[in-house]
Design a protein around this ligand. Structure first.
Ligand SMILES: NC(=O)c1ccc[n+]([C@@H]2O[C@H](COP(=O)([O-])OP(=O)(O)OC[C@H]3O[C@@H](n4cnc5c(N)ncnc54)[C@H](O)[C@@H]3O)[C@@H](O)[C@H]2O)c1
Length: 344
């Protein structure tokens, strides 16, 4: 049996922390050798909690350490480009959170660089690993609903992330709707060719500073002739609400219409109630683990990445087109150039 694969986690915030827990405690033959975060106190705290030997606020300590084979990038999206570049040049195998980068030009550049260096790079589009979405894909391929005609995606966060996150996120289309754009093109096996988007600030006025909205709707058209719509929201006070519907010529598949966290109901004189999934770590607990299990298995077995930088680039193109459409109030064809920069 080969030695454990040594990896480092870059960025130990909301999601990096869960990746660290999965890699350090739930996945066999993996060792988290180091943590890098600009916040050294946070890095030290998590390193101590998970018994990770090294923590640093200097990324070079990771890239210059030849014993580290793989990196998991979960820093703010605006930092992905630089870290991807350095990781590729340092010959590391990469798992990078979505979106690939915050900016299209950066995404084009990085995709070429990764290609040129033959770097393994897997994108964190974890919905592809969620058991329900994965089953939807299998059922579509099996022909159970005939030809996919219409995609409906709903992605509602219970609240707005903190301001530094919003500033470095690329905005709601790039940060949230990108999940639906990716899963839609994956499930329909067809590229999105046209987007019309709109949005509004309903609850979190500070996002306006970043030309962002907290409620968005994108109408999409596919090369196959199919169509769809994608709602993104930061206003689901009741919980984390992720749903999809794939309407086919002979049936429909509904993903995620049961928002319960536990299979439990409470009966009182006020009525019958159940809990609701609070946020992404609970809703996608399996998917976050499965995507990393697959990442490390593929590294060991020398198999190619199943979700690539190219997928990241394609989804980002749709997201930037949606942002452009919202800003210009005009539909955007994906064969045209998109102009909106998402760098603040
Ligand atoms: N796949 C998903 O469902 C999902 C969910 C949440 C976040 N994400 C993605 O994960 C990434 C991180 O998001 P988050 O919610 O964990 O953010 P976060 O703000 O909670 O955490 C970011 C972490 O990075 C650190 N950091 C900030 N600037 C840094 C820098 N220059 N170098 C190193 N570390 C730095 C911060 O100290 C913090 O610990 C984003 O790209 C986001 O889009 C994906």
């Amino acid at each position: 049996m080969k030695n454990k694969t040594k990896c480092a986690i870059l960025g130990i915030g909301r999601l990096g922390y869960w990746h660290a827990i999965n890699a350090a405690t739930r996945i066999q033959n993996v060792e988290v050798a180091a943590i890098f975060d600009i916040d050294l106190t946070r890095a030290e705290q998590v390193a101590r909690e998970l018994e990770i030997p090294k923590f640093t606020s200097n990324e070079e300590d990771i890239f210059q350490d030849d014993s580290i084979e793989a990196v998991i990038i979960a820093t703010p999206t605006s930092t992905h480009y630089e870290l991807l570049k350095k990781a590729s040049l340092a010959n590391k195998k990469i798992f990078v959170e979505k979106p690939l980068t915050i900016d299209l030009q950066e995404a084009e550049e990085i995709t070429s660089l990764l290609d040129k260096n033959n770097t393994y790079c897997q994108l964190g589009f974890m919905r592809r690993y969620d058991p329900a979405y994965a089953e939807a894909k299998r059922r579509i391929l099996a022909g159970d609903i005939g030809k996919p005609l219409y995609f409906k995606g709903i992605s509602r966060d219970p609240d707005c992330p903190h301001e530094a996150f919003i500033k470095n996120s690329g905005g709601i289309f790039v940060d949230v709707s990108i999940h639906d754009f990716d899963i839609a093109r994956y499930l329909f096996d067809s590229e999105i060719t046209k987007v019309s988007a709109n949005g509004k600030v309903l609850k979190h006025p500070f996002v306006e500073k970043y030309q962002d909205v907290d409620q968005a709707l994108s109408y999409i058209e596919f090369e196959s002739g199919a169509a769809g719509d994608v709602e993104a929201s930061r206003n689901a006070y009741y919980g984390y609400d992720i749903r999809a519907e794939i309407i086919g010529s002979e049936g429909t598949i509904v993903v995620g219409d049961n928002l319960q966290m536990h299979n439990l109901h409470i009966y009182t004189k006020a009525g019958k109630t159940h809990d609701i999934l609070p946020h992404f770590p609970e809703r996608f607990v399996d998917a976050y683990n499965l995507e990393l299990v697959d990442f490390f298995a593929r590294l060991r077995e020398g198999r190619p990445a199943p979700v690539t930088a190219y997928d990241g680039l394609k989804a980002l193109k749709v997201a930037c087109a949606a942002r452009t459409s919202y800003l210009t109030q005009k539909p955007v064809s994906l064969v045209e150039e998109t102009t909106a920069s998402t760098r603040n």
